[in-house]
Write a protein that binds this ligand. Structure first.
Ligand code: FAD
Ligand code: UDP
Length: 375
């Protein structure tokens, strides 16, 4: 059979576009993925102890886009969940994004008050200040505080996570976790936040439940090109791989997860505890905080950042910095010159540090602006 569309990759980019094409245009779609499951990096499963764990690290859904939230809510109900993260600093667990509550936990009362009033002289309450901005403070005491936060929250974590210092990465990377001028301990400030009631994999199953969509797992695009019959292609894998690395390899960062189950109800007081300054891992995630399962045991994942080695581990993160973005732009330029029968979309295909909601939004817009119009 000749499919109207071949979609490479069963993550959010691929599955949302497949759903739109199949349900709105009635075209036949084949999704392939080289992994043995759908869901891309959002895949979750029940481990041997019955805990719903996220295979590729903690995934918390958050968005301020009503359109994206409404779209996904057709396919799942939600467990209301607002993510809170603690970081171990000088032996204390303090909220991150670093905020006034974190200051109160670390510094003596008078000094904490002084820092807060200095911050409020310079910034309005509720403002989110990137650490690389705060560190430019000229005022002595603020400079001391900024250096403290830089050193204890960002430096060690970033060097572990990326093998680079904060200032060697695009400003946007550390700005994802700003310093908050206020008391809000939440990790995300979006309007809509939650975890799919029956998990991400079930959400994906519902998205692609359509008679016009077929799925082939354990199927790598490049190894199967000659067997795949289709009219148009949507590629959500690494763009450098698509073009056979003709300009050289785009750098990615990888991770290794160590899953452990403990014979006790809870392991830690929050879903995520970060270790910026100690150990080789960056964070420990305890999954029951997401699923709210009532079980006498609990499962956690320790996250160890690793260099990405093609064929050995997974390209989880594009490394956003000038020279890498320039290399990506070379690939994008040849992608733009291909005929219109190939579309590149997704975290790997666009070399962008997308969150889930962003890629769902991009997929919906791509369908409306580029695919539906062709009809
Ligand atoms: P992916 O999910 O990576 O899917 C791409 C798929 O393509 C993969 O399944 C891959 O196997 C397949 N593929 C690639 N090449 C080929 C090929 N040649 N042939 C066949 N198949 C191929 N976002 C949030 O909003 N909140 C979070 O809390 C959050 N936490 C995260 C934590 C971690 C550790 C990571 C790594 C990411 C996190 N994200 C989070 C981001 C989220 O995972 C991505 O935004 C989302 O998965 C992107 O979807 P995608 O479809 O572009 O890519
Ligand atoms: N970061 C940090 N310390 C922290 C949390 C985050 O230095 O305690 C920095 C680090 O560089 C990290 C980036 O902020 O890679 C983005 O963090 P985020 O939690 O968004 O990363 P992700 O969940 O995507 O891995």
């Amino acid at each position: 059979m000749i499919y109207d569309y071949l979609i490479v990759g069963a993550g959010f980019a691929g599955c949302v576009l497949a759903e739109r094409i199949a349900s709105q245009s009635g075209n036949k779609v084949l999704i392939i993925d080289r992994r043995n499951h759908i869901g891309g990096n959002c895949y979750d499963y029940y481990d041997e102890s019955g805990v719903l764990v996220h295979k590729y690290g903690p995934h918390i859904f958050h968005t301020s886009s009503h359109k994206v939230w409404e779209y996904l809510s057709q396919f799942t109900e939600w467990i209301p969940y607002e993510h809170k993260v603690l970081a171990v600093i000088e032996g204390k667990k303090v909220p991150v994004p670093f905020n006034f509550n974190s200051i109160n936990l670390i510094f003596p009362e008078e000094q904490a008050k002084r820092f807060q009033s200095l911050l409020l002289e310079k910034y309005r309450y509720g403002l989110k200040v990137p650490i690389l901005k705060l560190i430019e403070s000229r005022e002595n005491e603020l400079k001391y505080l900024a250096d403290f936060i830089y050193k204890n929250v960002f430096y060690g974590y970033t060097v572990k996570q990326w093998g680079l210092k904060p200032e060697e990465l695009d400003f946007s990377v550390t700005s994802r976790v700003p310093v908050l001028i206020g008391h809000d301990d939440r990790y995300f400030y979006d309007t809509y936040q939650g975890i799919p009631l029956k998990g991400y994999t079930e959400l994906f199953n519902n998205i692609i439940k359509n008679k016009n969509i077929d799925v082939l797992l354990n199927t790598d695009y490049h190894l199967n090109i000659s067997n795949l019959k289709y009219d148009k292609l949507i590629f959500t894998g690494p763009i450098d791989e698509y073009f056979d690395y003709c300009f050289g390899r785009l750098p990615y960062r990888s991770l290794e997860f160590e899953f452990r189950t403990f014979d006790k109800e809870w392991f830690q007081e929050a879903a995520q505890v970060n270790y910026p300054n100690d150990f080789d891992y960056t964070r420990i995630t305890e999954f029951k905080h997401f699923s709210k399962q009532e079980l006498p045991i609990t499962s956690v994942a320790y996250e160890y950042p690793k260099a990405y080695i093609n064929g050995v581990n997974e390209p989880y993160y594009p490394i956003q910095r000038k020279e890498n973005d320039e290399l990506y732009n070379k690939y994008k330029a040849i992608a733009d010159r291909l005929d219109e029968k190939v579309l590149f979309l997704g975290r790997l295909a666009e070399y962008k540090y997308y969150n889930m909601d962003q890629i769902v939004g991009v997929a919906l817009m791509t369908f409306e602006k580029q695919i539906a119009k062709e009809k």
